[in-house]
Design a binder for this molecule. Structure first.
Ligand code: SF4
Length: 217
């Protein structure tokens, strides 16, 4: 069995070139289930590679970048065009381990809006229509990424995550949308506290993983 080596991911990023190819774990045209863009159609490109190490991560198979087929930017654009999608969400894994400027530019050249979902732990690359930063305790987000966020989405796993959320809300720009989202396995336990918190702190909005309710990927 091949062991996951975080160092190899660092090498991966250092060696990343603008035109790729990039490790693509999966891709699918679906409905965005979370956060500000909930309910909108979007083509998801999930890039492999992540060294953040969230204990509750539901895409651990994405962590090892070498486990996923390298796919050219051109081939990714063709997938999106064939689906007639007008929005693309680049997610992971941690997609900003790679320089995404060329991927962004290619998709925008085909008339797509481009959104990214990131932990914020790596430097920003690409020109985005929507930046969702979901900071993780396991690898701190970079202040220069947080300040660019259109959306801050904090996963609530336990009571201490409210203070964690406020700490990062103080680091985003004034227009950034603020979301609290229960970790899926803690939904029943944490939802009452999240509801109380949002009622007392109305700058926050609840985000739910609605794709799991409507049973789309
Ligand atoms: Fe999983 Fe995302 Fe955390 Fe990486 S940053 S471990 S992909 S939840």
């Amino acid at each position: 069995m091949k062991l996951f080596q975080p160092q190899s991911l660092t090498m991966e990023r250092t060696n990343a070139i603008d035109r790729g190819p990039l490790p693509l774990m999966e891709h699918f045209y679906t409905i965005q289930g979370e956060g500000f863009n909930t309910g909108k159609s979007a083509y998801f490109l999930r890039l492999g590679g992540c060294d953040v190490g969230c204990v509750w991560c539901d895409v651990k198979d994405s962590w090892d970048a070498t486990a996923h087929e390298r796919t050219t930017i051109n081939d990714m654009a063709i997938m999106v065009i064939r689906a007639h999608a007008s929005r693309v969400v680049i997610t992971g894994g941690e997609p900003l381990m790679y320089n995404l400027q060329a991927l962004c530019a290619e998709l925008k050249a085909h008339g797509c809006e481009v959104f990214v979902e990131t932990s914020g732990a790596y430097p920003m690359s690409g020109t985005w229509d929507w930046i969702c930063v979901s900071p993780k305790k396991f690898k701190a987000p970079l202040p220069e990424v947080l300040i660019q966020a259109h959306e801050l989405k904090v996963v609530v796993f336990n009571q201490s995550d409210f203070a964690w959320a406020e700490k990062h809300a103080a680091m985003v720009n004034a227009d950034c949308k603020l979301y609290l989202q229960p970790e899926h396995g803690k939904m029943a336990e944490m939802m009452p506290a999240i509801i109380d918190y949002v009622k007392q702190h109305p700058k926050w909005t609840i985000s739910l993983q609605t794709h799991k309710i409507i049973q789309v990927p």
